[in-house]
Design a protein around this ligand. Structure first.
Ligand code: FAD
Length: 367
């Protein structure tokens, strides 16, 4: 079997890696640089709390792979299972947390509910006005700059060919398979995996499959380096836009959320909106008041594809044998990435997947 994976973000790089390990002849075709799309812009949160419940089996599969990432990839991608603390500031959000904790238990996710005294004792300085919190001890974070290239390099070592700077490839069907014409040459394959992220909708449409996907950019920022004091990833249960932060080992505090995401135009370049900066910082300071007087040294955003029902598109094409999709990860794909690559490789090579992917099938939009 010959496969082409189109799109070299985390999903495409991980899919190419796991396909190559299964002995499939695979080419990863990226129009720009590996990992430079939504993946590099990510906050890096490896969080299962708050996920759509049918996504938890895939999230568990992903977490098991994050735990083995260094051994699998031959490189430290800074996965740190520091735990995920999610603070609560109002009664409605506390009820949401309690409902989620109860419902997630049969899906294999146990989260601890913390009272204010416990938050102060275990996490001094975080959320002093919080009325409760949840804590998920096995979750954490990794470095979004490292992980895409690490998967692509490991895929190359396992036999994959990595093609970067391929322009916007023209994809047609040919000889019972697919032909991909690029600035770096033309390639044919029996199988095509659409991992084109926010642009996956365009490729799917070429094969008669419409997906209600829009592009938005979450707004991120990072502070100057500070003494390392914050161990867990810190988030917020909130009925509007919850904020989040984490401190990297070098000391900078990375933050995001707290304000609505900015729409991205057709160019795909996600700009930050300076009018949202002050309200965003207000929420961040609520999570950690010590950040009030700290300098923010950089802000950025990234173009992410959001599907109308807030679930990704994963699985075989409805119209075209040999075509598979894995795109539109709605702002929560970083955690899932290794699991998506492993599950897609299993599906492509064997025709089956032990992790249920039915809730994410593209046929849900057929009507
Ligand atoms: C600012 C921000 C913060 C985020 N924070 C988190 C977080 O903390 N936790 C979490 O779980 N998720 C987070 N996410 C979401 C997560 O980063 C994404 O869901 C994930 O990285 C998507 O990976 P991808 O490979 O599908 O897409 P991308 O990384 O965008 O990769 C798609 C690639 O396809 C290429 N491409 C597109 N069209 C073509 C074509 N026709 N031919 C060839 N190549 C093509 C693009 O150039 C791009 O490199 C965040 C996203 C953003 C933007």
């Amino acid at each position: 079997m010959r496969a082409i994976v189109l799109g070299g973000g985390l999903m495409g790089s991980a899919t190419a890696f796991f396909l190559a390990r299964r002995g499939v002849a695979v080419r990863l075709v990226e129009r720009g640089y590996i990992g430079a799309g939504a993946t590099v812009a990510s906050f890096g949160n490896i969080r299962r709390t708050g996920r759509h419940l049918p996504q938890l089996p895939l999230a568990h599969r992903a977490l098991a792979l994050w735990n083995r990432a260094e051994a699998l990839l031959g490189r430290d991608v800074e996965f740190r299972p520091t735990g995920h603390l999610r603070l609560i500031f109002d009664a409605g959000s506390r009820r949401d947390m309690e409902r989620f904790a109860e419902a997630a238990r049969p899906w294999g996710l146990e989260i601890e509910a913390l009272a204010p005294g416990e938050i102060r004792r275990r996490f001094p300085g975080l959320g002093p006005s919080a009325i409760a919190a949840s804590f998920s001890p096995e979750d954490g974070s990794a470095n979004p700059r490292l992980v895409g290239p690490a998967f692509a390099d490991a895929a190359a070592r396992a036999g994959a060919e990595i093609v970067q700077g391929a322009g916007v490839p023209l994809v047609t069907t040919a000889n019972g398979g697919f032909r991909v014409e690029t600035e770096q040459g033309d390639f044919e394959a029996d199988v095509l995996v659409n991992c084109a992220g926010a642009w996956g909708k365009t490729l799917a449409a070429q094969f008669g499959e419409d997906v209600p996907l829009s592009t938005h950019g979450p707004q991120m920022g990072v502070t100057e380096p500070l003494p390392h004091r914050i161990l867990p990833v810190v988030g917020m249960w909130s009925q509007d836009a919850g904020a989040y932060l984490r401190q990297v080992e070098r000391g900078n505090v990375v933050f995001g959320g707290g304000v609505p995401r900015v729409p991205v135009d057709d160019s795909g370049f996600a700009r930050i909106d300076s009018a949202r900066f002050a309200p965003q910082l207000e929420k961040i300071v609520r999570l950690c008041p010590a950040l009030r007087d700290v300098a923010v040294i950089r802000q950025w955003s990234g173009c992410e594809g959001y599907v109308a029902d807030d679930l990704p598109v994963m699985g075989p094409s409805r119209t075209t044998p040999g075509l598979f999709h894995a795109f539109g990860f709605c702002g929560h794909g970083f955690q899932l990435g290794p699991g998506v690559g492993d599950a897609m490789a299993e599906l492509v090579e064997t025709g089956r997947c032990e992790t249920p992917l039915e809730p994410f099938g593209i046929e849900r939009f057929a009507a």
